[in-house]
Design a protein. Sequence first.
Length: 251
Amino acid sequence: MMARRAVVFASMSLLCLLCAPTGRAHDAIELPARFRTGRLAMLSLSGGYPNEGWQKRGKRLRHTPELSIREASHERVYGHPALVLMLGRSARDVAKAAPGSILLVGDLSAKEGGPLSGHRSHQSGRDADVAFYVTDLHGKPVPSTDYVAFDGDGRAKDGRALLFDDVRNWLLVESWVRDRRAGLSHIFVSWPLRDRLLKFARSQPRFAPYVLPATALLKQPEKGEAHDDHFHVRITCPKEEEEICRSESKL
């Protein structure tokens, strides 16, 4: 009798183990054969939709002299290498044009992708939140330590003595526009700040060539927050991964 109970208990334990969720969004997904062998089996993969997706072997964003990570985001900065490398290039571009600049980056995705608290998207390693560059009331650059919300007049909504840095924020947008390697598809920001940036760029002959492509990329999300305290960038699906990846959010 005791032996039979032991067998039954062991069988039930094994069944529970097999049925238990692993907590990883991609474990229940059967990848096409070509992603299970050879070179593609070693690469980072972005799967599903931005708001219902997963990633495998995501690359971790790290601090550099030109880039820092928001305190609350240290375990949420895994993304597709195309996105992570683009953020590094952009930070260096701005620092080269405006020495001493440090780009503050917030959430990308969880290590294995999937739902991320506080976000509808950020599930497949192709989204990143980036803080604005700011100045004091005299135009002196101030290091960003967190997100700051701004009105269309460029002043902090919470009354702090901070201004939206038109020059460096445009340099950042321009760097994204010029970057052909990552496949940038969206730059989300509030309509008032979008208008402010484009008006500023049109007034500067050196920035004018990039106004038109920036106009197409800059947009406020149709659903969710207005993004008046940070940029949200998204890259499209890497070409090799289009079979498993969806560029736009699931409705």
